[in-house]
Write a new protein. Structure first.
Length: 168
């Protein structure tokens, strides 16, 4: 989805909150390796699809965007949580293809997060340092490249050339 105008803060808030929602399963009373337990149904592609579609249906008119493009984007945002969980070492795999598939995961270089009721200290936490290296650094670089490309594209004197538009 290419936004032709700045999106409201509520959009960015949803983009930040949606990938956290699958981890609400930590409050489940089900066993850790059960479908309703952690990394179960809420980490599946079916859940990501349903959540993306429902949230998009509620907010697409408010954001003045097409439902379909918003639903695809929100699906990808929610599904990214399961993929990142699968890239950790340790813990159970993720039920990506629930209800028809098993668990997948323990593929990547990221140690499982520190389990505590306080924020982990990056000076001592291998998990935080690893996430900074393998998740946040590439994400920041990608965002920076997209922003630079969009800035350059807006400033280009030949913008629109070759697409049947007149250039000043």
């Amino acid at each position: 989805m290419y936004a032709v105008r700045p999106m409201p803060w509520a959009y960015w808030g949803l983009a930040a909150i949606l990938p956290i929602i699958p981890d609400l399963d930590v409050f489940s009373m089900a066993a850790y390796n059960a479908p309703l337990g952690h990394r179960g149904i809420t980490h599946s592609l079916v859940f990501a699809l349903l959540l993306g579609a429902i949230v998009s249906g509620v907010v697409f008119r408010f954001f003045r965007v097409r439902w379909w493009s918003l639903a695809v984007l929100f699906f990808l945002i929610v599904a990214s949580h399961g993929l990142l969980d699968a890239l950790t070492r340790g813990g159970e795999g993720v039920l990506f293809f629930w209800p028809i598939g098993g668990r997948y995961g323990n593929w990547g270089p990221i140690p499982v997060s520190d389990i505590a009721l306080e924020l982990p200290d990056p000076r001592y936490s291998r998990a935080v340092r690893s996430e900074l290296l393998w998740v946040w650094l590439p994400t920041s670089l990608l965002i920076g490249l997209v922003m630079a490309w969009r800035y350059r594209r807006r400033r280009s004197p030949l913008r629109g050339a070759g697409r049947g538009k007149m250039v000043d």
